[in-house]
Ligand binder design. Sequence first.
Ligand code: MN
Length: 208
Amino acid sequence: MYTVPELGYAYDALGEHISSDIMQLHHDKHHKTYVDKLNAALENYPELQGKDIVELIRDLDAIPEPIRSAVRNHGGGHYNHSLFWKVMSPSKENGGTGGGEPTGPLAEALAEKYGSYEAFTKEFTAKALAVFGSGWAWLQPDLTIVTTSNQDVPLMNGEPEPILGLDVWEHAYYLDYQNKRDDYVAAWWNVVDWDFVAARYAQFSHNS
Ligand code: MN
């Protein structure tokens, strides 16, 4: 049985950037629903129940057809949100490690590819704002920026795991920002945990 991981920080720890109300609803209700529906889909497939979530969703063609859509949507939802909680940390003024700019090899590689950190965030933001309807924006280990619809994630298509992901479903921001996705994305940069992203870059970039 899959379970919702702990948030790792308090619901209100992201301060004014993402409210406690959103975090509680998003983690306890939305993520839990993906997990519950994934577990329900796998009820009659015990051989799939113990798989690591990455292994489960990496090869959707191997999933029996009757539950393939459910695994794609709810397994994707589980993977994506599990990553999303970790790419965020309270901002530094709130006692965490979020915000600021990346350092080390990731910073150098981003500057090499995009010209500067600012140019990178501008391009990532533009792509996140351009997602039509519900979806995600991702940074891949080769530092390309890609977007997906619904709960899809690049690793479903045989690509490497993303190192950074941004949820642009309305449920991720509507309570705080209503229809202003641009304000949400601007605020979100203040809580990105670059130490975590840099560790994933170090882990995955050699294989991409
Ligand atoms: Mn979400």
